[in-house]
Design a protein around this ligand. Structure first.
Ligand code: NAD
Ligand code: ZN
Length: 344
């Protein structure tokens, strides 16, 4: 079968021919219907060899959807022909954390050698993929896999980032989204669908600011120091109730801290190399800083239901597997609107 693999440190991913995998006991093989392109892939492919821990060659793709194609021995609960989305942050499935669906925080996964597809295990950018357990499949039903595959990360991650802040996002509140790319443009819609907050989007790219407006941001500003006074003037000088940072580099983290209010939430989702001082005199009183990773298994059901209700969609640009390297080039150049989706 055809697959997109990262094979050499520092080199672009390559389209290669590899053996079609067979599902082992308890595993499920999917015929992939769609796979999303995430900035995290670009991040890991940018790591120097001594920091790269995902194995080579690596079949990319941690946002996956497919049709159940073949069941390993003992698999129950799914049937060949089912259209499913893949929950990616695989855990052990049996510990206290996993029992709550919080497999993204399974404390045993790394020690057991369990890694997400596309981030250690072979991912979704191939004609077929293996999913280690049917519990990692969520029915798509009538949802179009190409339009919705990215909800498994670009939807689930902002959803999980926003949900704990909902009690603070009361009518009259202001929420800031920094970075209106794949995750950010879905985050804006989640905020509009689930809160009464006024949503402000910041980006460095005018096209992304237009996208932010198109998907529901009420105010958009370039991501620079002037944005601080803009947010302050929208909040009687007090600052935002929550800032969701989908970039995570030093300038955006410093910016976020400067525009948050006392008791506000600063939520760091982007995987940049920034850091923040959090001492008594460094930030507003009782401001909370969180750095969430991906989301809970139950939350993927919730995100898909939000899409079913029509409240959230993903802007997609579709590429074939042969053109997948080009999707990564466009991502790198900042030229994608929303999410690139690979359709094998
Ligand atoms: P993307 O490339 O689609 O979007 C990034 C956006 O940020 C772009 O619109 C870009 O113009 C904008 N941007 C760049 N510099 C900026 C700045 N200084 N100020 C404001 N905006 C700026 O990326 P994505 O796929 O949406 O991923 C976003 C980030 O989230 C990445 O760092 C990715 O690795 C990370 N991520 C984290 C998790 C998690 O679980 N925490 C999950 C998925 C992705
Ligand atoms: Zn576990």
């Amino acid at each position: 079968m055809k697959a997109l693999q990262y094979r050499t440190i520092g080199a672009p991913p390559e389209v290669v021919e590899i053996d079609t995998p067979e599902p082992g006991p308890g595993q499920v093989r999917l015929k992939v219907t769609a796979a999303g392109v995430c900035h995290s892939d670009a991040f890991i492919m940018g790591l120097p060899g001594d920091q790269y821990v995902y194995g080579l060659p690596l079949t990319l793709g941690h946002e996956g959807a497919g049709i159940v194609d073949k069941l390993g021995d003992g698999v129950v609960g799914v049937q060949p022909g089912d259209s499913v989305a893949v929950y990616g942050p695989w855990g052990c499935g049996t510990c206290y954390t996993c029992s709550q669906g919080k497999e993204n925080y399974c404390p045993h996964a790394a020690g057991l050698g369990i890694a997400p597809p596309g981030l250690g295990a072979p991912g979704a950018m191939a004609e077929y993929m293996i999913v280690d357990d049917p519990r990692h499949l969520v029915p798509l039903g009538d949802l179009d896999p190409v339009a919705n595959v990215s909800l498994t990360d670009a939807g689930l991650t902002p959803y999980h980032a926003i949900k704990p802040s909902l009690p603070k996002l009361v009518p009259g509140s202001v929420a800031v989204v920094i970075g209106a790319g794949g995750l950010g443009h879905v985050g804006i819609q989640i905020l509009r669908a689930m809160t009464n907050a006024t949503v402000v989007a910041l980006d460095v790219n005018e096209d992304k600011l237009q996208l932010a407006r198109d998907v529901g941001a009420q105010h958009v500003f370039l991501s620079d120091d002037d944005a601080i006074s803009e947010v302050k003037s929208l909040t009687h000088g007090l600052g935002a109730h929550a800032v969701f940072d989908f970039v995570g580099i030093q300038p955006t983290m410093t910016l976020g801290q400067a525009m948050i209010r006392a008791e506000g939430d600063q939520v760091l989702v982007g995987v940049g190399s920034g850091s923040l001082p959090v001492g008594m005199l460094d930030k507003p009183y009782e401001a909370t800083v969180r750095s969430p990773y991906w989301g809970f298994r139950s939350e993927l059901f919730e995100v898909l239901d939000l899409a079913r209700s029509g409240a959230v969609h993903v802007e997609t640009e579709v590429f074939t597997l042969d053109d997948a390297p080009e999707a990564y080039e466009k991502l790198h150049a900042g030229n994608l609107r929303g999410r690139a989706v690979i359709v094998p």
